[in-house]
Design a protein around this ligand. Structure first.
Ligand SMILES: Cc1ncc(C[n+]2csc(CCOP(=O)(O)OP(=O)(O)O)c2C)c(N)n1
Ligand SMILES: [Mg+2]
Length: 828
């Protein structure tokens, strides 16, 4: 092992004002990290930089600072004040390290793994050994953060060392973690639950000065880095809850793997949110638990850059590389990172470079792929031994024995447990909200009186006297005013504005984000008005009444997985708010499929965690091609089980209004997937008279008010229903009923059975625009047959297809015509 400084204070070279003007110092500040001594095992040697071949005393001083066990990348930071800050911290005197505390943490971290290894041989735990300095690093972050105003650390991390963090950072008792290995109560989680190294945990950390910091370790899926935006979104919600001091109070910390940091796009998306008004959290601390390997893949195959951290360089933020075996340097970097975050409200990256003691998991043999490396690791002593010697700790045998006995007795207690302990407590703001199966009593009245609607319309359709309004927007606002006066029917844009306005007025915050959502992709929303003379902004929804709740509508960055993850996270910590994410076109949601599958669909089942997030997904076959037609209804229906979410396609503006209000006002907190219209946004057939907004609520099924005793019921959802109605009008067909299914899931069995009874002699035909292998067909048919009994249930759809729709507008029109004709013909 390379010789390290016993105390980092020896690296101090006095103040920055000394010899810094010299050319040599600048070169070391810029390139020094490339020659730094960062890897404990020497498999990642320094790169020689010719610019650093400089002699002289000051160059030697600079080398000691910048090429030791800390290598900092900061020359790319645009702001000279920030660069100077780092320079001063690197070159100035160092705060002392509580070495006894650090040693104790290291012994605990390593012995915890050892006891797990011995007692549960052959199980996976994803040991922290090799980067155990993570524990003193996080400890220092907490110590300093508490002094700077932190009351909570919101932490996202994957498998590596997670169980260790649950015990050493979240301070859950070891027996609670051992209980997961005992798998004490399998019946309680039949078909549900999650593996132990994905479960969230909460706890309380008491710093050495006696300050308490709440720890919130976020539940996460196996999908690496998917938890990043979720953690940041959760932090933002917690910060928004308390307003002013929020950014200091709730500190986000993400721990990444080196291979995942370099490889996963969702991390890059998350880094990009740092400075964006809708997403900033005043700085996230990123720690790469860098063991220089990902499963069996070495860095040279995992990233083109020298360091896995390099993706972060596109941001103007510092990257601190640190050798994970110089514990004092690690602690020092922890202090700099957290102070920098608080000083500049900036993200910071700490690249903690160590190794991995065992295989990827403990049941994996690394000597097959890296025989030489693992031979070297086998002979390498644990960090606590190296550190105890470095700091001259003397005989630590008794300390080691004591800690070991503590863990062993925890393990014995766990073996006697009969009930699985829960590692977390829910915050109080979840009181009063329900998950689980749907109950009719969750339904709420969502209608609003005409005078109340008129009152909301006034601020929604006006703007300050000196505001220069765009002529097109002016006209739109005049029309919207007429809609509420009953002079014309209400379109979706106004319906949504009325829903949002009514909610914020009654104290329910609204947060919506999506690509180009402020104006609306289809020019339908106009939530923010832009002054034509000075581009000043005016947001009517923020000006409804003086004591209203917040309404925030953001144009999101061009990302889906990250933004959806963020909004899911936000909804987790703001259940009282209506939180919505809008896809530009519905199918772009498939870029966020991991977030949909792993969090939105399965979060309650795996972790017992609820969310009321709304997904707005434009859907409908309008001849715009394969990628702009389908929001992939089938994918959501396939995920639907045990009332895990709601899947709806409101067929009119009023239905959309009631659906949004139901979501916000009901105590049942379930994600809501809404297939929203495109061309129908303003189409007269889907617009609603204002009187429909005064009706009691959302109707899951829209019965046919025209056909009396029909020979055929055409059942459908969305736009096609309106086209079928038009066709029926043309045909003067009195024997066909057209019934809209506006809520697909939970399945409205009772409501549909009522419609079937209303037309006892009718055949039942499911009609969809989507191809046979898509849409709701596979889901509806067995359910409809179940209700229909002996009556025939037929279907009309496009032929099965590999892509959702044709690229030709004309071909689309031909297909659509044929589809509609078929729905009215006698045999399908
Ligand atoms: C998105 C995703 N792809 C693949 C995997 C499978 N996988 C689990 S851990 C791992 C290696 C991770 O390496 P690294 O990020 O360096 O973390 P380490 O295990 O070394 O701590 C892989 C490929 C996964 N969990 N998630
Ligand atoms: Mg790794």
């Amino acid at each position: 092992m390379a010789t390290r400084s016993k105390s980092t204070s020896e690296n101090s070279i006095g103040t920055v004002d000394a010899p810094n003007g010299e050319r040599g110092f600048e070169a070391f500040r810029r390139w020094g990290y490339l020659e730094a001594d960062l890897d404990p095992l020497g498999s990642f040697p320094p790169t020689r930089v010719p610019e650093l071949d400089i002699g002289g005393e000051s160059a030697e001083q600079a080398r000691r600072v910048y090429c030791g066990t800390i290598g900092v990348e900061f020359a790319h930071i645009a702001d000279s004040e920030r660069r100077r800050w780092i320079q001063e911290r690197m070159e100035g005197p160092q705060a002392p390290v509580d070495q006894q505390a650090a040693l104790d943490q290291l012994i605990r971290a390593e012995l915890f793994e050892l006891v797990l290894q011995q007692r549960y041989i052959g199980t996976k735990r994803y040991s922290l050994e090799g980067v155990t300095a993570l524990i003193p690093l996080v400890d220092e972050i907490l110590e300093v953060a508490a002094q700077l105003g932190a009351i909570e650390l919101v932490m996202g991390m994957s498998h590596r060392g997670r169980l260790n963090v649950v015990v050493q950072v979240a301070k859950r008792s070891p027996e609670e973690v051992f209980a997961g290995f005992e798998d004490v109560d399998p019946r309680s989680v039949l078909g549900g639950g999650d593996v132990k190294y994905h479960m969230g945990a909460t706890g309380e950390y008491v710093t050495r000065t006696g300050a308490k910091v709440h720890i919130h370790l976020v539940s996460n899926p196996s999908h690496l880095e998917a938890v990043d935006p979720v953690t940041v979104g959760r932090t933002r919600a917690k910060q928004d809850r308390i307003g002013g001091s929020g950014k200091a109070a709730h500190l986000p910390l993400l721990v990444h793997g080196d291979a995942a940091f370099a490889g996963q796009g969702i991390l890059a998306e998350t880094l990009n949110y740092a400075e964006l008004p809708g997403y900033t959290v005043g700085g996230t601390i990123h720690v790469i638990a860098n063991n220089l390997i990902g499963f069996t893949t070495l860095p040279r195959e995992a990233h083109s850059a020298r360091f896995s951290a390099e993706i972060a360089r596109r941001q103007s933020i510092p990257i601190f590389h640190v050798n994970a075996e110089d514990v004092d340097a690690v602690v020092r970097v922890g202090r700099m990172a957290v102070e920098y975050r608080y000083q500049f409200a900036s993200d910071v990256v700490v690249d903690l470079i160590g190794y991995r003691r065992h295989g990827h998991s403990e049941v994996d043999d690394p000597t097959i792929t890296q025989p030489l490396l693992y031979k070297a690791i086998k002979d390498h002593p644990p960090l606590w031994q190296i550190y105890a010697e470095d700091i001259g700790a003397g005989d630590v045998e008794a300390q080691v024995r004591g800690i070991r006995e503590e863990f062993e007795s925890g393990q014995e207690k766990a073996a006697r447990l009969t009930k699985m302990p829960l590692l977390r407590e829910l915050p109080r703001y979840w009181d009063g909200f329900q998950g689980g199966r749907y109950k009719p009593e969750y339904e709420v009245e969502t209608g609003i009186s005409l005078p109340a609607l008129t009152e909301l319309a006034e601020p929604l359709t006006s703007y300050p006297a000196d505001f220069h309004i765009h002529p097109k927007v002016k006209r739109l606002l005049e029309q919207r005013a007429e809609m509420v006066r009953g002079k014309r029917t209400v379109d979706y844009g106004m319906a949504e504005a009325l829903a949002f306005a009514s909610l914020v007025k009654s104290g329910i915050p609204v947060r919506l984000s999506g690509e180009d959502s402020r104006r609306g992709t289809f020019n339908q929303r106009h939530a923010v008005r832009i002054d034509t003379e000075n581009e000043g902004e005016y947001m009517p929804l923020a000006n409804i009444t003086p004591n209203q709740a917040r309404c925030e509508i953001y144009d999101s960055p061009l990302s889906e997985a990250g933004v959806l993850g963020f909004e899911y996270g936000y909804s987790r910590d703001f259940p009282e708010a209506l939180v919505l994410w809008e896809a530009q076109f519905g199918d772009f949601a498939n870029v966020a499929q991991a977030v949909i599958d792993q969090f939105i669909s399965a979060g309650e089942d795996k972790w017992g965690l609820l969310s009321g997030l709304v997904l707005l997904l434009p859907h409908g076959y309008e001849g715009q091609g394969p990628e702009h037609s389908s929001a992939r209804i089938e994918r959501f229906l396939q995920l639907a089980a045990r009332d895990n979410f709601q899947i709806c396609q409101p067929s009119s503006a009023a239905q959309y209004f009631h659906l949004l209000r139901r979501q916000a006002l009901s105590q049942w907190r379930k994600p809501l997937v809404v297939f929203t219209p495109k061309s129908m946004l303003r189409h007269p057939d889907a617009c609603s008279p204002i009187t429909e907004f005064t009706q009691p609520g959302f109707r899951k099924v829209l019965p046919d008010s025209e056909a009396a005793s029909a020979q055929r019921i055409l059942l459908c959802t969305g736009k096609i229903g309106h086209e079928l109605r038009e066709e029926r009008k043309k045909r003067k067909d009195l024997s066909t009923a057209i019934v809209f299914v506006d809520q697909l899931y939970p399945f409205p069995e009772r409501e549909l059975a009522t419609e079937f009874k209303r037309h006892p002699d009718a055949d039942i035909v499911w009609v969809q625009e989507e191809p046979a292998n898509m849409g709701a067909l596979f889901y509806m048919l067995p359910r409809l047959r179940h209700i229909a009994g002996s009556r025939p249930v037929l279907s009309v759809k496009r032929s099965a297809s590999a892509s959702p729709a044709t690229g030709s507008t004309k071909a689309h029109e031909l297909e659509q015509k044929a589809l509609i004709a078929l729905a009215f013909s006698s045999s399908q």
